[in-house]
Design a protein around this ligand. Structure first.
Ligand SMILES: [Zn+2]
Length: 458
């Protein structure tokens, strides 16, 4: 007997079933169809709302502030945002995931805290021998991430070119991407110092203080090291279209190169929004002036591997500083990723829901080796399903589940909202409250799907 039938407009890889249904048994999708549905123990009618695969957020920072316990509020917020899998970055407070012991502790914390499924990035520390790499790989991490810029010497250090090359060589024979936080340290430090001396302190100077040259030179430098090593190089946040051009050149030369952008880079513009938002829109690399439509063009022309949230759970106090240079970088985004992307797509193209599912579900699942289980409504996949309603909604972070009570999107209009989220076939969010419990989410190890040999174009 089928456990659950969900009826609605089912968004599948082959098209939308307007009078469709999804049958769920033992937490997995058993069948997908349209017209009369099979009998089931439980029935959920989504009416004319979309039923989409649960979102896979390819870039989340759950532990930057609260450490591993940050998995609880972040994944609670994820479930409310229709995000059923987060790919968590390694930069946990006080120290990042760079050893097998930390991996074990984090998997244990997922079992205690997570409302959503969690896949994991790992990293390496400066001076650390690379003998942990294989054990982290065999332990199921989906990717590695390093930074060319030191945000914190202990939590988020800079990895120099020599260690970067060693890491790329160590991973060259695998499908694991090596992600880069792409900012040149010397240029940024020098320009920030210069701006401080000139008495500049507002969001308007943020982009200049970490100029495109610092981002793009760091991107190119890393891609060249990866090309030499033969590894998969991934730029985790590209804020400027030139970044995608550089990545494209490397790919056309036959190298494994990819680039990602985050939803805020094409939702905000410092010249339009800076006066209102100030440090509330501070992220690194900075949101650039005048780039919204060009970045959107990169998405629709297939240059962007996938779009992510780059969520971090900073309390608002972290933003209330006299100078922009002292404010924390990063924004909460678990509950705004899906509606913000959909809204941007709806304003510009006719097939908004399919583009949304492609960029937020299918592509990140394939990228991180998760597509046997995640990212598409197909038989055999996990029954992680999000019900999404077209609606005119004004975002209010006071009603969000992240507990942070601030968002750069406060007061903005979205063209839709999440009305329910199912995790492994169980209702986890009903549009008002998160119903599942910490520990209902699970660690998801990397599977065997590969980005460069997959069934689609990249
Ligand atoms: Zn990030």
């Amino acid at each position: 007997m089928t456990d659950l039938i969900i009826r609605g407009r089912i968004v599948t890889p082959r098209g939308i079933l307007n009078d469709g249904w999804v049958a769920v048994t033992h937490g997995k999708i058993q069948a997908v169809g349209d017209g009369p549905e099979p009998d089931a123990a439980e029935f959920h009618d989504a009416g004319d709302r979309y039923v989409i695969p649960g979102v896979v957020d390819g870039q989340t920072h759950a532990g930057s502030y609260l450490g591993l316990a940050g998995l609880e509020p972040t994944t609670r917020s994820a479930i409310a945002g229709g995000v059923t899998t987060i790919v968590d970055m390694p930069y946990d407070n006080p120290s990042p995931l760079s050893t097998p012991d930390h991996l074990t502790a984090k998997i244990d914390a997922i079992g205690r805290y997570a409302h959503a499924d969690v896949a994991l990035y790992a990293t390496v520390m400066p001076g650390q021998p690379l003998d942990h790499i294989k054990r982290l790989e065999h332990g199921g991490v989906v990717a590695f991430k390093i930074s060319a810029f030191e945000s914190s010497p202990t939590r988020f250090p800079r990895v120099d070119a020599a260690l970067t090359l060693d890491l790329l060589e160590a991973l060259a024979a695998t499908d694991l991407p090596v992600g880069l936080h792409n900012e040149d340290q010397e240029i940024v430090r020098s320009r920030v110092e210069r701006a401080r001396k000139a008495g500049l302190d507002g969001i308007a100077v943020h982009s200049q203080s970490r100029p495109p040259a610092a981002e793009l030179a760091s991107t190119a430098h890393f891609l060249e090291l990866a090309a030499a090593a033969g590894a998969h190089a991934h730029i985790v946040h590209i804020s400027h279209p030139r970044g995608f051009q550089i990545v494209d050149h490397y790919r056309q030369d036959g190298h494994r190169a990819t680039g990602e952008t985050c939803v805020h880079y094409f939702c905000f513009d410092p010249e339009r929004d800076g006066a209102e938002l100030g440090a509330r829109m501070k992220v690194n690399p900075p949101i650039r002036p005048g780039m919204i439509e060009a970045l959107w063009g990169d998405i629709t022309s297939d240059r962007v591997a996938f779009v992510s949230s780059d969520h971090s759970s900073w309390p608002i106090d972290n933003k209330f500083t006299d100078s922009i240079f002292d404010a924390g970088a990063g924004v909460p985004g678990m509950e705004t990723l899906l509606p913000a992307f959909y809204t941007a797509a709806r304003a510009r193209c006719t097939d908004a829901i399919r583009l949304t599912v492609d960029q937020l579900c299918a592509r990140p699942a394939r990228f991180f080796g998760l597509s046997q289980r995640k990212g598409a409504i197909v038989p055999g996949a996990d029954a992680d399903l999000t019900i999404f309603e077209e609606a005119d909604v004004v975002w209010d972070s006071a009603k969000a589940q992240d507990g942070l009570r601030w968002s750069p999107y406060d007061g903005r209009r979205f063209a839709g909202r999440v009305t329910a989220t199912f995790l492994a076939g169980r209702l986890a969010y009903d549009g008002q409250r998160v119903l599942n419990r910490p520990g209902d989410g699970h660690f998801v190890p990397r599977g065997s799907t590969s980005w460069f040999t997959g069934e689609t174009n990249r």
